[in-house]
Write a protein that binds this ligand. Structure first.
Ligand SMILES: Cc1ncc(COP(=O)(O)O)c(C=O)c1O
Length: 281
C-alpha cells in the first residue's frame, strides 16, 4: 500500500511519524474518513469543509489547500488502484516543545491512506443491535462539532456495546437525551417524519447525516431536528444510523428490545445509492 505523507507517496512501511508527534502525545489533530466510489472521493468538498472548520477551531494551519489535497487523493487512488475504498485523511499538529502550548509547534503532518471498502450485499444490508452506553457526552460541546483525534468516549462506548453482544453504542448526553451512536448519527421515523437530534445536543455534523436530511424531502418525507429520550426510539416506526463507510444502517434492537421496522429505511437506502451513482459515475 502506498501512503501519502506530507507531500510524498511512500510505501506504508516507510510512512512514519516521530514518537514526539503531538497527534500521538495528545491526540492533537483531526481526521476524516470517506468513501471512494468509481475512483472518486464521494462528497469530498463537504469533508474538506468540516476539516477546515476543525483546523480553525484547533488553530491549526493546514499545509495543503483543498484543491491540492484532492489532486493528491486522486493520485493515491490511482497509484494503489483502489477505486472502491475508504480514504482516511489524518492531520496532526506535528512536533513542538514538550507540553500543551502550541507556541513554536512546527508544520502539521498530513497523511492519507486507503483501506478496503466494507463488503455490503445490497439484498442483505447490515443491521445493527444498539446498546445504550453508560458514558455520557456533553451537550453544546464545540469539540463534538469537528472530527478530532480524541475519540475515547466513542471507543469505550463501542467496546462496552461489543462486550454485551451489540454492534453499536447509543450515546446520551448529560441531559439524558439521545445524541448519536459511537461511529454514526441517529435517525428515527415518527408519524411520517424523519427525525434526528439537533447538533447542539452534542452530535457530530455527519456528512451522511446531512445527506439523509437532503434525501428525505426528495421522497416527500419531511424532516425535523428534535431532542428525544431513549423511549422515543422504542416508540418510533423505525430507527437507523448514518455513517460514511456504510451509508444508512437500520437498527433492529435497543438494549435487547426489538425496534419497529419502517419501509422508509430501504427507500432512503435506495435514494442514497442513486446519489452515489449520480455523483460518481
Ligand atoms: C461520533 C461520530 N458521529 C457520527 C459519525 C458519522 O459521520 P459521517 O457521516 O461524516 O461519517 C462519525 C463518523 O465517524 C462519528 O465518529
Amino acid at each position: 500500500m502506498i501512503v501519502f505523507l506530507n507531500g510524498q507517496f511512500v510505501p506504508e512501511e516507510q510512512a512514519l511519524l516521530s514518537v514526539f508527534d503531538r497527534g500521538f502525545l495528545y491526540g492533537d489533530g483531526l481526521f476524516e474518513t470517506l468513501r471512494v466510489f468509481n475512483g472518486r472521493p464521494f462528497r469530498w468538498a463537504q469533508y474538506l469543509e468540516r476539516l477546515h472548520r476543525g483546523a480553525e477551531l484547533l488553530r491549526l494551519r493546514l499545509p495543503f489547500s483543498a484543491e491540492e489535497l484532492r489532486l493528491h487523493a486522486d493520485e493515491l487512488i490511482r497509484r494503489n488502484q483502489m477505486p472502491e475504498s475508504v480514504l482516511r485523511l489524518s492531520v496532526s499538529r506535528g512536533l513542538g516543545p514538550r507540553g500543551y502550548s502550541i507556541k513554536e509547534t512546527e508544520q502539521p503532518s498530513v497523511v492519507m491512506s486507503l483501506h478496503p471498502a466494507p463488503v455490503v450485499d445490497p439484498r442483505h444490508p447490515p443491521q445493527w443491535r444498539l446498546l445504550t452506553s453508560s458514558l455520557r457526552v456533553a451537550a453544546n460541546d464545540p469539540l463534538a462539532t469537528i472530527k478530532t483525534c480524541n475519540k475515547l468516549p466513542q471507543i469505550l462506548a463501542r467496546a462496552e456495546a461489543e462486550e454485551h453482544g451489540a454492534d453499536e453504542a447509543l450515546l446520551l448526553n448529560t441531559d439524558g437525551e439521545v445524541v448519536e451512536a459511537a461511529s454514526s448519527n441517529l435517525f428515527w421515523i415518527e408519524k411520517g417524519t424523519l427525525c434526528t437530534p439537533p447538533l447542539e445536543d452534542g452530535a457530530l455534523p455527519g456528512i451522511t447525516r446531512a445527506l439523509a436530511l437532503e434525501l428525505g424531502p426528495t421522497l416527500d418525507l419531511p424532516t425535523k431536528e428534535k431532542s428525544a429520550r431513549p423511549e422515543t426510539l422504542h416508540q418510533a416506526d423505525g430507527v437507523f444510523l448514518t455513517l460514511s463507510t456504510l451509508g444508512i444502517v437500520e437498527a433492529t434492537s435497543l438494549d435487547g428490545k426489538p425496534l419497529a421496522r419502517s419501509s422508509w429505511v430501504a427507500r432512503l437506502q435506495a435514494a442514497y445509492q442513486r446519489t452515489i451513482l449520480e455523483e460518481t459515475s
